[in-house]
Structure formats: C-alpha cells, structure tokens
Design a protein around this ligand. Structure first.
Ligand SMILES: NC(=O)c1ccc[n+]([C@@H]2O[C@H](COP(=O)([O-])OP(=O)(O)OC[C@H]3O[C@@H](n4cnc5c(N)ncnc54)[C@H](OP(=O)(O)O)[C@@H]3O)[C@@H](O)[C@H]2O)c1
Length: 352
C-alpha cells in the first residue's frame, strides 16, 4: 500500500477493504490521546451502534490503550444491527443493550464522567413524526438529568440552521437557529433539552453541529459517486454541501469533552470547502469516464455551515476533500460494501 503524509497523519493513497477503512476511521491523533489522558473517569457512548458510533468507540478505546490508561469505554444502544455488539466487545468496548425510550432501562447505564451522545432519528419522520420527537427530545431530557454531573458532548446537526445564501460562506455559530422541517426542529429540541439541564443543574456540554460526515460506506460523496457511476440523475437544487471525513469527526468529538461548559459550547463541525454538487459529479464523471446526468438547477440557498471556529480550536481536518473523493471513487469501482443508507442531502423542504 502506498502512503501519503498529511499534517503528520499517515494516510493510504487508496483504501481496499473494511479492515483498512475501520483502521483509519478509528485512528486517534496524538492530540486525542493527550486529551483522553487528561480526562477523569470513564467514557460512555450513547447511540454507539449507528453509522458513526462504532468507529468512534474503537477510536476512544485505542486512545485509552495508547495512553496506557485503565479507563472503561462503554457503548449503549439497542444494537439493532446484528453482530455489531460482538465486534465492539472484541475491540475491548463494553456494551450495554438498552432502549433509552424505556425509562426503567436507563438504570442499566453505568455512571460515567464523560458521555458522548449520538442517539438520533431522522429517516421515517414523515411516517412517524412523534417517534422522531420522542427520540430526539424525550431521550435527551432523560439523559441530561441522569448524567447531570457528567460532561456530555452532544452530536447535533447543521440542520438547526436555516438554508443560507451560498455567497454567505455558511452559517456560523452566531446564526440564529431556524430549522426547516420536523426532523430539524426536533434536533433543535434535542439541543434545547440539554441547554435546559445546563440552566437547571449546571450540566456541562458541547454541541457539535455536524454536517455530513463522510466515509466510504455512506455519505454525500458516495451518494453522488454512485449516481454518476450508475447514470442516475443528480438533483442539483441543493447545489452545495459541506463534508468532513468521519475520522476527523471522531477525533474532534473526543477532544470536545474538555471544552464542555455551561451554557453549552457550540461548534460547527464540517470541512473548509463549500462543495458544488455539479462540480463533484463532473470530477467523478472524469474518473469513471461517464457523463453525469443532472436534474433541476442550483437554488441560491443551501444548507451550509462555516466551521472556522472548529479549525481554530482543533486545526484543519487531516483528510482533504481531494483525498476523500479519490478514496470514494476507488471504493465505487471495486464495488466496496456499503450501508445502503443514502443521506438524502438533496431534500430541500426538510421532510425526511
Ligand atoms: N452521519 C452524519 O453525517 C450526521 C450529520 C449530522 C448530524 N449527525 C448526528 O450525529 C448523530 C450520530 O450520527 P449517526 O449517523 O451515527 O446516526 P445514526 O446512524 O442514526 O445512529 C443513531 C444511533 O441512535 C441509536 N438509537 C436510536 N434510538 C434509540 C433508542 N430508543 N435507544 C437507544 N439507542 C437508540 C441507534 O442504535 P439502535 O438502533 O441500535 O438503538 C444508533 O446507534 C445523530 O444523532 C445525528 O443527528 C450525523
């Protein structure tokens, strides 16, 4: 395997299989290992079995081991995906199966001074919006009370912002939330529940307003690349996006524990580029030697965040857009396994 070196972080030119992918996504940076060694107590990840959680849990465990610490790394969720619980246990992550909507099951959760909160529901909101509100607001209300003495890093979303003019450079943390559609509104509800616990109990928390984590098994880049490869039309109305490599997200999430505060510290988490979907499809088209098929035209507004604060705090992401595109294109060509979970980034009315 050939390697390139980016900001002291050695990266392969191409990724060939799940093993290599998981290794890169769960690799802690030096600063992350340092941050973990400065934490008091154990680390609990809630919602560990989604798209991001398994790689984050492994990264935390690796950071704990590299720092030579005996901290417990614990992951909880319902573990709807078969086999995942066993995989995490094998990697040294303790697991607690638990439906967090069932109040009595909260008692199963161990105490932990450090919590990373990743529970959420997006797709299916059109069909059952009350369940989305319950997952995205009722669980945060219960968790923020149960763990009021812990530090909690909360995965939120850039969807809490309104669509903004592309020329604005994206919403920053001072942009007032104005979410479009019920999913996004419930995500603001999630933040509000944690914020309430800050006021009521002095909870310390950080909100990570993420948009579009990217890896090879899912993500906006994969969605666009697959459409170009298959010759399916690409809807251009949401014409611009922000993306960030999931390994960078994982490192940022752990390092954010030390920033938890009351009132909440708010950080936009995404990459530095405002990426044109048309440009992206054309680049993939050149790679695959296929002409992309487009539908509709770009709107003047898009869901975009400005993550300058994040770069000031943690430095720029280690993985560039160009590198991600190269990895994704190759993954599509070798027909690498995918989660088959499209992001639906093209949705403009907030209905998921
Ligand atoms: N991925 C992205 O690009 C992205 C972008 C913006 C924001 N985010 C936010 O980041 C968070 C993590 O992202 P993700 O992509 O990993 O989300 P995800 O794939 O939707 O995972 C959500 C997690 O919540 C768990 N969960 C749902 N209902 C539960 C319940 N009743 N009890 C216990 N666990 C429950 C799920 O596991 P089980 O079904 O096994 O319980 C899963 O582990 C999400 O909350 C999302 O809002 C992600």
């Amino acid at each position: 395997m050939a390697w390139s070196n980016n900001a002291g972080f050695k990266l392969p030119n191409l990724i060939e299989n799940k093993l290599e992918l998981d290794e890169i996504l769960s690799r802690p940076m030096h600063e992350t290992v340092k941050a973990v060694s400065q934490l008091d107590g154990d680390i609990l990840i809630l919602g560990v079995s989604g798209k991001i959680g398994p790689t984050l849990a492994r990264l935390v465990k690796r950071a704990v081991d590299e720092a030579g610490l005996g901290k417990r790394v614990i992951g909880a969720s319902r573990f709807s995906t078969p086999g995942l619980r066993e995989e995490l246990e094998k990697a040294g992550v303790e697991t607690v199966p638990c439906d967090l909507l069932e109040e009595d099951q909260l008692d199963r959760l161990p105490d932990a001074s450090n919590v990373i909160y990743m529970v959420g529901r997006k797709f299916g909101t059109k069909e059952d919006s009350s369940l989305t509100w319950a997952v995205n607001t009722l669980i945060p209300a219960m968790i923020s009370r149960r763990f009021r003495r812990s530090k909690i890093v909360v995965f939120s979303t850039g969807n809490v912002y309104p669509l903004v003019p592309v020329s604005s450079g994206g919403a920053d943390e001072s942009t007032p939330p104005d979410p479009v559609g019920e999913y996004a509104q419930s995500c603001l509800g999630r933040e509000r529940m944690f914020e309430y616990a800050c006021k009521k109990y002095g909870l310390k928390t950080t909100f990570l307003r993420l948009n579009y984590a990217v890896e090879l098994r899912y993500g906006v880049l994969l969605d666009v690349a697959q459409k170009v490869f298959e010759g399916s039309p690409i809807d251009l109305r949401m014409g611009y996006v922000n993306v960030i490599w999931q390994g960078d997200v994982n490192n940022i999430a752990v390092r954010s524990l030390e920033l938890c505060n009351s009132p909440p510290e708010i950080i936009n988490v995404t990459g530095p580029d405002i990426v044109s979907v048309r440009w992206l499809a054309e680049r993939f088209g050149e790679f695959f030697q296929r002409e992309p098929v487009f539908a509709n035209r770009e709107m003047e507004k898009a869901l975009l965040s400005n993550a300058s604060k994040c770069f000031r705090l943690f430095g720029p992401p280690a993985v560039t857009l160009e590198q991600m595109m190269k990895w994704v294109a190759h993954w599509v060509v070798i027909r690498g396994w995918t989660l088959n979970k499209p992001t639906h980034f093209e949705v403009i009315d907030g209905r998921f």
